[in-house]
Ligand binder design. Structure first.
Ligand code: UDP
Length: 461
């Protein structure tokens, strides 16, 4: 009886169109759908969502974002600028969309809309939801520890840590231990002040929401979550890791097609021997950095699986800068793909380390598979994540300074062999276990999800 009643409530979910945001939003949609809700996903017209036919249980609605082809194609080179555009251009289309949806639903009692769940970056959705008296929950796709840093931006500016000055990089940020100035979020955007304003606004609109959902778990980020509960007077729901609510790969939502041939290559490698290298869906590197990585990997003598996304080497289409015969000379010890089935790769017994940019999804996926990390953070929250990986959870090491082949070779060895490597591996296996337990009946994420579902039913729209 209760379940039947639940089935009649619909949730409207709106992801930001970037890979690292779409994936957790669709995973959240699956989690809530399996808890009895109907799902409508609202997306913006310039971006495709992954293979809509793989989501037969969801309804998809597109709203106009009025982006030119040029503006949309620059989404990975300046995601902040893109998000700022969406926050302006989607206001009217979303208003119209909600008017239509809510009117239709009121005509019949079936499938009544319970609330709107928006990516935190789409802060404009708060005032649109307020306008139609629809409760809004927020999904923050990054970690709670980095969000605490974002929430401290006004304080960091007041204390002179922001904007970051090159001469102060090694100074500790005493208000946010163990961070140093060099760990503070930074982003390459055409207008750095705009990044500050954007962060302040998305934090404010999170505070104004009915609650924030996190793809994290209590045991991983207890300090930041406790702090956020003090700062925010709204509920905080850490219900992650999202992708572990389901069997491996069943909620995959890759925007690019993964090259699964790397799995048969991994099958031929020894246990814990392979370094998996990927810097996610946005980060780019220079040609010189690319060559240092290539030589560092080659000289490390470890087998490696390397994701080189087309366009991720500035000024090149794909692998042109690689010296001719480079891969052939390695005698099969290296494998390069354009995009990998990452969850499956990290879960493979051959993988012994993940050299990552520390996007939050990658960081969490690595922890959940018990894979030690080599950290090369690029921008935004990644530097904070890397600091936690190396200094707080001690599940990886940072590749500090500029990319240099000798440094790379040394760091790979430190993570793969020796006493430090063993300690790191033990730590990450311990966190992997804690993540698993958090999702089991009575575990922290399990209980938090229970609370979220109950709270959604009590929201009045
Ligand atoms: N990913 C993937 N194949 C790849 C590289 C990345 O499927 O070859 C996925 C990865 O599993 C993660 C997402 O892309 O879920 C990247 O998100 P993250 O937050 O780590 O970084 P971003 O791309 O947002 O910088």
């Amino acid at each position: 009886m209760e379940k039947q009643k639940q089935k009649r409530r619909r949730l409207l979910l709106m992801p930001s169109p970037l890979q690292g945001h779409v994936t957790p939003m669709l995973q959240l949609a699956h989690i809530l759908h399996s808890n009895g809700f109907s799902i409508t996903v609202i997306y913006t017209s310039s971006f495709t969502l992954p293979n809509l036919s793989s989501y037969p249980n969801f309804t998809f609605l597109s709203i106009s974002d009025s982006l030119s082809e040029l503006e949309a194609s620059a989404s990975t080179s300046d995601p902040v600028h893109l998000t700022r555009l969406l926050n302006v251009r989607c206001v009217e289309p979303l208003k119209q969309c909600l008017d239509t949806l809510l009117k239709k639903k009121k005509d019949g009692d079936d499938d009544r809309v319970a609330c709107f769940i928006a990516d935190a970056a789409l802060h404009f959705t708060q005032s649109v939801c307020d306008g139609v008296k629809l409760p809004r929950l927020v999904l923050r796709t990054g970690g709670a520890s980095s969000f605490l840093v974002f929430a401290s931006f006004p304080l960091l500016r007041q204390e002179g840590y922001l904007p970051v000055q090159e001469s102060r990089l090694e100074e500790p940020v005493v208000e946010l231990p163990p961070l140093k100035v060099k760990d503070l979020p930074k982003i390459e955007t055409r207008d750095p002040d705009a990044f500050y304003e954007f962060v302040v606004q998305f934090v404010e609109e999170c505070k104004a929401s009915s609650g924030v959902i996190w793809n994290s778990f209590e045991e991983l980020e207890s300090f930041a979550l406790a702090k956020l509960r003090q700062l925010f007077s709204i509920p905080i729901y850490p219900i992650g890791p999202f992708h572990k609510h389901f069997p491996e790969g069943s909620t995959s939502s890759s925007l690019l097609t993964p090259d699964t041939s790397c799995i048969s290559w991994l099958d031929k490698q020894e246990h814990n021997s392979v370094v998996y290298v990927s810097f996610g869906s946005i980060a780019s590197i220079t040609e010189a950095e690319f060559l240092e990585i290539a030589w560092g990997l080659a000289n490390s003598m470890q087998p490696f699986l390397w994701v080189v996304r087309p366009g991720s080497i500035r000024g090149s289409e794909w692998l042109e800068p690689l010296p001719s015969g480079f891969m052939e000379n390695l005698g099969g010890r290296g494998y390069i793909v354009k995009w990998a089935p990452q969850e499956q790769v990290l879960g493979h017994v051959a993988v012994g380390a993940f050299w990552t940019h520390n996007g939050w999804n990658s960081t969490l996926e690595s922890i959940c598979e018990g894979v030690p990390m080599i950290c090369s953070p690029c921008f935004a929250d990644q530097k904070v994540n890397a600091k936690y990986v190396s200094d707080v959870w001690r599940v990886g090491v940072k590749l500090e300074n500029k990319l240099d082949r000798e440094e790379i070779e040394k760091t790979i060895r430190n993570v793969m062999v020796g006493d430090e490597a063993k300690e790191i591996r033990d730590n990450v296996l311990d966190l992997k276990e804690k993540a698993k337990i958090s999702l089991k009946e009575g575990g922290s994420s399990y209980c938090s999800l229970d609370g979220l579902v109950t709270d959604i039913f009590s929201l009045e729209s």
